[in-house]
Design a protein around this ligand. Structure first.
Ligand code: UGA
Length: 441
């Protein structure tokens, strides 16, 4: 099939690369000309395992192309995907301006019956707005065409996006038209083998499914962080509690790891956006608001432990920081707990020596050159003469460090572990002051 994808950001690029791999002819359009030029030469702006290879192979066999010409893009596809950003507005609601702009450009150039598929995460009712925007443009040109707007949210995890696309848990298709559902089934047939993962539902249900999934996952994390804080107070060990509750299949072991709070471009934004939608429809969501507040507080956990340990005397201290990305296998620092920690430390007059296996360039881009930040080439270099080590991301190579070397490099044998990587008993034997989330220290 001939497919056009609007947007070469994270979702647009991964979708384009995977769809081209499945034998479709994909044209991906972006208004950023420099980005289009890079992508056309195989230069990938995103760190995502497996994406480089797919990009190169799609370019090599001609199944994947990039452009910044709207008319070419609209003419190319029988299915037109919208995969542009929906950044948060001031009140937390999702700003759908870019989505509607794309809809308008589609309406201005459309010449044949088509299916427009919305992949961006958008508030309930956006498919109808896209429909109206296209209708208006067509009416302006005095043209009559058959088109349908389908909602097809993505459920990709950063760091595992290619696998999630190739082997999806579900393919949600929101449409009221049988013929659109059939066409979408054909489009996804390469990713829907062995058992049927396609779920056809009403457009508004599909739009809400995306938010409900992320809100549910974020709720699990905030719930566990709340339990961890209770465990700390009452002298229980949250890791034992986690296993104790996870063994109940109704609860399950997945996604109940306590930590220093969730980050990324999705959970914080989507929880707030869903709360804002609920509010717009006259329903205040105290649960979603609590999930968000608990997470904000949890991101302060590391700074609070440091501050208490040093009795508020953080000025002039040097803090080693392992892990900057919001989670392993990505270089993405959006809403990362490490950012909150760094801001608080800088404000308190402390220095930071930071290391991350992938996010060093991103960290440099965010903070620039400053006297109180040293970007260290290795995790060991970050420790040199530091007064404490703080762990913000559970990268694999932080799990089994050489503890005696670690102790020698640090000024003070102090570890604040935001991801519960080590055993508190073993750490005490090694002679560390060790603070972890929801466990006795
Ligand atoms: C999330 C969802 O998992 C995807 O299904 C969804 O498609 C995506 O958002 C999106 O809306 O585009 P992602 O943001 O890549 O994916 O990250 P996750 O792997 O879900 O992790 C989010 C945060 O939760 C991380 O900061 C992680 O450290 C934290 N987390 C996760 C915990 O603190 N505890 C856990 O048990 C699990």
């Amino acid at each position: 099939m001939k497919i056009t994808v609007f947007g070469s950001g994270y979702v647009g690029l991964v979708s384009s690369a995977c769809l081209s791999q499945a034998g479709h002819e994909v044209l991906c359009i972006d208004i950023d000309q420099a980005r289009v030029a890079d992508l056309s030469r195989g230069i990938n702006p995103i760190y995502e395992p497996g994406l480089d290879e797919l990009l190169k192979s799609g370019l090599a066999d001609g199944s994947l192309k990039f452009t910044h010409h709207t008319q070419d893009a609209v003419e190319h596809g029988e299915v037109l995907f919208i995969a542009v950003g929906t950044p948060p507005d001031e009140d937390g609601s999702a700003d759908v301006r870019h989505v509607i702009n794309v809809a308008r450009s589609i309406g201005r150039h459309l010449r044949k019956d088509s299916i427009i598929v919305n992949k961006s995460t958008v508030p309930v009712g956006t498919a109808e707005q896209v429909q109206s925007a296209i209708c208006e443009e067509l009416a302006f040109r005095d043209i009559r065409l058959e088109f349908d707007v389908v909602s097809n949210p993505e459920f990709l995890k950063e760091g595992a996006a290619i696998e999630d696309f190739m082997k999806p848990d579900r393919i949600v298709i929101g449409t009221h038209k049988e013929s659109s559902a059939e066409l979408m089934r054909r489009l996804y047939s390469a990713f829907n083998r062995n058992h049927d993962r396609v779920m056809v539902m009403a457009t508004r249900s599909a739009e809400l499914t995306k938010y409900a999934a992320n809100a549910m996952l974020a709720t699990k994390i905030s719930f566990m962080n709340e339990m961890a804080n209770i465990a700390e107070r009452v002298g229980a060990d949250i890791e034992q509690v986690r296993q104790g509750i996870g063994s109940d299949p109704r609860i399950g072991y997945h996604f109940i790891y306590p930590g220093c709070g969730y980050g990324g471009s999705c959970f914080p934004k989507d929880v707030k956006a869903l709360a804002a939608t609920a509010q717009q429809y006259g329903q205040s969501s105290s649960l979603l608001n609590a999930v968000e507040t608990i997470n904000q507080n949890q991101k302060q956990w590391m700074f609070q432990r440091l501050n208490e340990h040093f009795s508020g005397e953080l000025a002039g201290k040097t803090i080693a920081l392992w892990g900057l990305a919001f989670k392993p296998r990505t270089d993405d620092m959006r809403e990362a707990p490490a950012l909150d920690l760094m801001s608080a430390l800088f404000e308190a007059g402390a220095r930071v020596q930071a290391y991350d296996p992938q996010a060093m360039d991103e960290c440099q881009r965010i903070w620039g050159e400053r006297d109180d930040l040293l970007l260290s080439g290795t995790k060991e270099m970050a420790l040199k003469n530091a007064d404490a080590l703080v762990i913000c991301t559970e990268w694999k190579n932080f799990w089994s460090p050489n503890f005696s070397q670690l102790k020698n490099l640090l000024n003070d044998a102090l570890i604040i572990d935001g991801r519960n990587l080590y055993d508190p008993g073993a750490m005490a034997e090694e002679g560390f002051h060790y603070y972890s989330v929801g466990r006795p220290s």
